[in-house]
Design a protein around this ligand. Sequence first.
Ligand SMILES: O=c1ccn([C@@H]2O[C@H](COP(=O)(O)OP(=O)(O)O)[C@@H](O)[C@H]2O)c(=O)[nH]1
Ligand SMILES: O=C(O)[C@@H](COP(=O)(O)O)O[C@H]1O[C@H](CO)[C@@H](O)[C@H](O)[C@H]1O
Length: 311
Amino acid sequence: MIACARWDDWSLAELVERKGAHRVSLVVPARNEEGTVGDVVTRTREALMETVALVDELVVIDSDSTDATYAVATDAGAAVHRSKDIRPDLGSHPGKGEAMWKSLFVTTGDLIVFMDADLLDWDTHFVPGLLGPLLTRPQVSLVKGFYERPGADGLQGGRVTELVARPWLALRHPELSGLVQPLAGEWAVRRSLFESLPVPTGYAVELAALVDTARLHGVETIAQVDLGLRSHDHQPLLDLGAMATQILAAMLAREPGLSAGEVAGEVALRQFRPGEAAIAAEARVVPTLERPPAQDFTHSFGTPAPRDATR
Ligand SMILES: O=c1ccn([C@@H]2O[C@H](COP(=O)(O)OP(=O)(O)O)[C@@H](O)[C@H]2O)c(=O)[nH]1
Ligand SMILES: O=C(O)[C@@H](COP(=O)(O)O)O[C@H]1O[C@H](CO)[C@@H](O)[C@H](O)[C@H]1O
């Protein structure tokens, strides 16, 4: 049974008190988010590091940005690391999951909160809301945020959730079908869990963490928290086709009898874009690599990695 809570089930003062010796890292993976990352960093830093001491470090992982994300996040007061500069001995791959996996090598929190950098309607209570179950329920190790999406029917967005993730969970992981937003980029996890999991380098990171955690530790170690309202920038539909491909590849790799190593490291995705004169065929190569558990590499920098750093 997946426990359900609301962000305001705990007061900020109660959580600060319960925090005790825990260290909290807020990690924001960001690729070309110069327009929004500054707001996310500034407001969380002021509310959760300066006004109260709930967050111990605020880290932005710059994931191959080509805009001013790095400078904007730095000016806003985050500790910013370029994903490709973290543990260069382990190589570098594109993708959100890669950024989140690499964050494990530059953060110190035993509790890690992930937030997207492209948030538009949101508030700083997302962070204490996600930490609530981790600070009050020892049996919980992974907490997913869920929220209302603005718009007339409240279903603006969530296209890959509704068309890929939810059907897949219904078919293959019904024990997770109670999750309202299984793909939410706002979630929290105990370091000890996240560093023990393989991590898809792309957009499958969220769903893979849920499926692996449920399989390895049981759904009772997963909780979800109602965070209220959230909206974010939306990608074009064909880009979500690549996201869906990454998610399905990671799910196939978790099917009995298959392993990530047997799923191709990249998939050729053919898409078709209507044009003035004709429909144009487009081909994109979608990376589907996975990183082994980060705990396999938490040795001193420079020592040859004990195993392939991707699979
Ligand atoms: O290669 C990538 C792709 C995305 N992101 C970040 O991951 C979050 C979610 O990505 P995106 O907004 O593209 O996904 P969506 O929310 O549209 O599903 C955002 O903070 C992105 O900047 C990233 O760090 N590296
Ligand atoms: O919810 C979804 O279907 C996708 C796409 O969102 P939209 O259709 O652009 O609102 O976005 C989520 O999934 C991604 C993959 O897990 C996460 O990285 C995003 O943070 C999350 O917003």
